[in-house]
Design a protein around this ligand. Sequence first.
Ligand SMILES: Cc1cc2nc3c(=O)[nH]c(=O)nc-3n(C[C@H](O)[C@H](O)[C@H](O)COP(=O)(O)OP(=O)(O)OC[C@H]3O[C@@H](n4cnc5c(N)ncnc54)[C@H](O)[C@@H]3O)c2cc1C
Length: 403
Amino acid sequence: MTIQPDRIGRLRAAIVGGGIGGLSAANALRRRGVDAMVYEQAKVIGEVGAGVFIYPNSLRQLDRMGFGAALAAVGAKVGRGSEYCRMDGSVVGPILTTDSSGWNGLYGMHRADLLDVLARALPASAICTDHRCIGFEQDGTAARLRFANGASAEADVVIAADGIQSVLQCHVVAPRPPEYSGVRAFRGLIAREKLPRWRKEAHQVWMGDGKHFMVFPVRNGSLLNYVGFVPTTTETAESWSAPGDRDELAASFQGWDPRVTGLLEKVETCFWWSLYDRRPLPSWTSGRLALLGDAAHAMLPHLGQGANQAIEDGVALAVLLEGRDAADVPAILTRYERLRRVRTDVVQAEARQNGLRYDSKYASLEQRDREIVNAREFRKGLYDYDVEEAAIAARDDGERLPA
Ligand SMILES: Cc1cc2nc3c(=O)[nH]c(=O)nc-3n(C[C@H](O)[C@H](O)[C@H](O)COP(=O)(O)OP(=O)(O)OC[C@H]3O[C@@H](n4cnc5c(N)ncnc54)[C@H](O)[C@@H]3O)c2cc1C
């Protein structure tokens, strides 16, 4: 059976992957009249319990898409009391939680809550679950996808939002495995009522001894999301749902600030992830196919920007594709790549560098502390950026250029 999307606009977009990147792109595209369909391999849309930051650079966009109230209802404001500490609890400096205008557009979100908000805004017919993409081809007029369940789909543009292990990436660049960072992240959620004196709005990071630990609130502050980043010598397959050993986690942070050890005493279960990223790819697009989110620019989580950059990608594509014809798609995708990678190449590199700071892999910790404090300036640029504005400028510029 070939799926024919309900035609709400001229262009038909097929998005492979119903994660944060794919679902936010579908919303952005539909808002601008592109007929976007999402094909997700899982039987249901959802994710295991873990938190994600939504920073001003992407909240600004989600607000404009009409998600402000829904996100405020399930997000947890992050602001007062946010700071970087050393492993003994001594303070290095405050964490910036606003853009330059002072707007505190920053939520800690349960990933499942964010996905739910994004999925609920789409027509049910626009999300095809249980569709694992196994084939892609294209010609001068259209692109076609094949799925493991026997279905197929045709579109004018295909957006690969299928994550760091993207199956579609090999149609754009030569296949290469992601790079292992040597770090394992133990993550979990803990009821805030178990730690009644915990700072309500704070994002707190403790750094030292080749590791770091962070905590921030999610789900309206009723839960705390914690992550312990620990070096490992054994490389393990990337996973989003492997159960972690809470004793191993607690032992890794023995002797740290009593706030850290006190929280870890209350942990009953946790999950772990091995952290991988990629260096900037030589290209993100091929004809009618564009990579987006982790498929395009997998990065380490040490700036909390992977999902935020994925959301920006979707807005950029939507602005550039709005009102265009199928024949324009390859040229528009090239412009999308040019616009986006100026930013994401830098964010990927800085996420790696920030991991070295957080894990105290500096010969001089005074130098590390200075850089942590000075990173406010970099973060201001990160949070002030308005991708919609930038994409409109790129689109209008392109229109003025000769063909
Ligand atoms: C420990 C940790 C903490 C993080 N914290 C933050 C944070 O605070 N802020 C932030 O912005 N980012 C954070 N990130 C990064 C963020 O999680 C990712 O960058 C983001 O989820 C990428 O979204 P995506 O939609 O591109 O990919 P994914 O979330 O990986 O989604 C890909 C989707 O594609 C589907 N799929 C895969 N293959 C196929 C196929 N063949 N056919 C159909 N469907 C397919 C998958 O099932 C999945 O649903 C963190 C990451 C880690 C590991």
